[in-house]
Design a protein around this ligand. Sequence first.
Ligand code: PMP
Length: 380
Amino acid sequence: MIYLDNAATTYPKPMSVRRAVSGAISSGANPGRGGHKMSVSASEQIYKCRVKAAEMFGAGSVENVIFTPGCTYSVNMVIKGILGSGGHAVISDMEHNAVVRPLKALESRGVSYTAVTVSEDDNETISSFRDALRPDTRLVVCTHVSNVWGMRLPVGRIAALCRQYGIPIMIDAAQSAGVFPINAEESGFDFVCMPGHKGLYGPMGTGLLIARRPELLSTIIEGGTGSASRSPEQPDFPPDKFESGTPNYAGIVGLSAGLDFVKATGESRILSHETALTRAFYDRLSREERVIFYTPRPDARRFGGVLSFNIRGMDSEAAAQYLSQRAGIAVRAGLHCAPLAHRHFGTLDTGAVRICPSYFTTMNEINAAASAVMRLARNS
Ligand code: PMP
């Protein structure tokens, strides 16, 4: 199988990650819950991962790194933590349902939001964000890289705008973490949400919330934290406040190995490899009569390694089914949980076919995928 669905989760995982997960399952006690050796050693492993993440993403302090089950959970923590009692949010029109649905769910509590149209011209995008701010805007949310179209949004400039107006900003780094360097402190991001299982090469069921202003968040679940156990009250200090229940120890140890992998490889090498592949795919097919690309030729300054297309006259799901069943190529079709992003390019009815390579994808695989799409476009 040629796996081009790395925007959903990366596959394969590096050998170091697989070994780390297997080792953690083979020997691991509940971290932070006991004074015995195996529990203490598990706590140390988790702490090590926290330190690595704090350094890698500019969290400001180790306590600002919060482990979650995935990006959706991280996003919910921020949106519900800040807007739980009402207010207005400004989001981009590239947001995933991980952002839109929690906002919708809060409408009954007086929350409203404005989705800003992203433009190819960053200046225009910034001024649209500025125009959408209101006196009651309590949060700005912006995805770093669109999970459908791969375009990179000017999040640094949007953060600067938010700072000017004193409004917290949350970045959805689901498609950018591990591909573009992210430093929350330097860029002025108050919150950065990311899965551990995509560009960070960790296992599914892992995620991170980098919370530089944890004091703005309330909890969405409470429970045992292994700390301050005498008190019936939830601890009010991070990360414990936000990490109730037994952590995903094997997942976090795997994520830790994933962070090592990304650091050793380097985001810039990962990005240039993925860009070379999406570019090659684009170049092979852009002159093909029935193949429609919606975005310009990928370049590493403005795009992450995500590219979507359609075959004129064919439903995206049908194209993906052909690629899977007849050519052994795994892609994702449909709306990718991001209907706003599809409305932007007029593909709400057809969806689109998305390819996303990883660091492990080869040029031969991309060429084979492009040839399969070409065959489909010419012969169907
Ligand atoms: N945001 C974006 C932009 C995504 O691409 C995804 C995953 N498709 C998510 C959020 C949700 O991530 P997770 O599945 O890890 O919760």
